[in-house]
Write a protein that binds this ligand. Structure first.
Ligand code: HAX
Length: 434
């Protein structure tokens, strides 16, 4: 059998001349233009990044390596009798563009297993955090503390060919990804279980082992696999993926880059939205004494938020213009497994009520729900009730996509990022001269 690394090396060798030719023959071809609105508007929609790992269509949602989410979930190998595929198989797909067979998936499961052991000092770093620290801060620091483990960093300072950068980055990425479930689960035990941790099970896959370490019974392993896969990538322009790419473009190693990615994810307009959504739903739940509001009451809650100048968490998106398929997949899961859950009923009601209100309100370009509008209630249903932990799990998933991107960035020799800034006066000058 050709190993994953051999296959990746072949794909990289095919891709390198393609990119060289593309740049050489088309260096002045214009892809997009920078308008004043884009300059001041967070570069929204500006076509200025390249990735082949995933593509986000405004109407259709995310595709991983050309596959829609339903296809990904259908085609990737699954544990015997399971509904949700192996996370390891997804990583194979993101890296190579190929759906792995059972044997190829098992090879990667083994690779991850061999690399799971977390250095002792990482536990000490976590243990020494002051109380009330947010789990995302702890997660980011725990990853950062492993910078000293970087194979790439050692090789780079020893002097190696640029052509081999991807190889050491690949090793670092497997070493880090394999440890993330353990690190996340340890943070969980430390913050919410008085340090009573459950040791990993070497016979379990990435998702099942995480569920096991959190102390959650089946079918939470299915939820874990679904959650990590759904959050793995969302092309390159979102804050977490872009931060990871930007930091790594200076040849920072995987540990520095993924720690930065986690920091980017921790903002309330991005990954932290899942925590905010759940807290908001819980407030409504409490206000209603556990009773489901009527449509009219729910509409009033939503308008109250908007009239107070707040955003409706879990709704809207910078790129999407339809319901996020990551939301739809979670909704389908909930309809199948937890239809009578009271918080799911709140989410379901919000889905009916919010989009027409946001349309009437007239500000949000996308009135539909995103991934974060649903994820928290599923976690709650299965007993992960600590809302501030949800974004850590998002981070474990997102690291898969960002690591795959960074390996390819290195393989294709992408440049250090360095866009140019102007002063406001210079922009006014440019406008006057038009
Ligand atoms: N509720 C109320 N107003 C909203 C809104 C919402 N859910 N979404 C957008 N708007 C408002 C914006 O605040 C903006 O108002 P101003 O003109 O007064 O500044 C206006 O509508 C236009 O915004 P937009 O172009 O539609 O949206 P942006 O690309 O600027 O922002 C966001 C996209 C996701 C940040 C935004 O929709 C939002 O804040 N949503 C709520 C938070 C959320 O769910 N975030 C998670 C997004 C998915 C993700 O990244 N997960 O990690």
């Amino acid at each position: 059998m050709v190993t994953l690394k051999q296959k990746l090396a072949e794909k990289i060798n095919q891709e390198r001349p393609r990119i060289r030719k593309l740049i050489k023959e088309n260096c002045d071809t214009v892809i997009d233009t920078v308008t004043v609105e884009k300059l001041f508007g967070g570069m929204r929609g500006l076509k200025c990044l390249v990735t082949d790992i995933s593509y986000l269509d405004p109407d259709e949602g995310i595709r991983y390596r050309g596959y829609t989410l339903p296809d990904v979930f259908k085609k990737l190998p699954k544990p015997p009798g399971a509904e949700m595929p192996y996370v390891e198989g997804l990583y194979y797909l993101l890296l190579t563009g190929d759906i792995p067979n059972e044997e190829e998936t098992n090879e990667l499961i083994d690779e991850f297993r061999k690399r799971r052991i977390v250095p002792r000092y990482v536990y000490e770093v976590i243990d020494n955090f002051p109380s009330l620290s947010h789990p995302m801060t702890i997660f980011s620091t725990a990853i950062l503390s492993m910078h000293r483990e970087s194979f790439f960093d050692r090789k780079f300072h020893g002097g190696v060919s640029k052509m081999d950068y991807w190889d050491y980055t690949y090793e670092d990425s497997l070493n880090l990804l394999a440890k993330l479930p353990e690190i996340a689960a340890y943070i969980y035990a430390k913050l919410y279980r008085e340090g009573n941790r459950i040791q990993q099970n070497p016979d379990m896959d990435f998702g099942s082992n995480f569920a096991h370490m959190l102390g959650k019974a089946k079918p939470y392993d299915e939820v874990s696999r679904m959650y990590f896969i759904l959050h793995a990538d969302h092309e390159s322009g979102n804050v977490s993926a872009h931060t990871g790419h930007l930091v790594s473009s200076a040849l920072a190693d995987i540990y520095l880059s993924i720690s930065s990615m986690v920091n980017g994810l921790a903002g309330p307009l991005h990954g932290l939205a899942n925590q905010t959504v759940l807290e908001w739903i819980m407030q409504l739940h409490e206000k209603m004494d556990g009773k489901l509001p009527s449509q009219a009451e729910m509409k009033q809650f939503v308008w109250d938020m908007l009239n107070a100048g707040q955003v409706i968490p879990g709704y809207g998106h910078a790129v999407l213009r339809k319901t996020d398929p990551r939301y739809t997949m979670q909704r389908e899961f909930a309809l199948k497994h937890m239809k009578t859950d009271v918080l799911f009923k709140f989410v379901d009601l919000l889905y009916k009520v919010v989009p027409p209100i946001l349309k009437e309100h007239g500000k949000a370009k996308n009135p539909w729900p995103n991934v974060d509008a649903h994820s928290g209630v599923i976690q709650m249903h299965y007993g992960v009730t600590e809302h501030d932990f949800y974004t850590v799990m998002f981070g474990v998933g997102r690291a898969l996509g960002v690591c795959a991107n960074i390996i390819w960035d290195r393989a294709l020799g992408y440049s250090i990022e360095r866009p140019k800034s102007l002063t406001t006066a210079m922009i006014e000058d440019i406008i006057k001269k038009k």
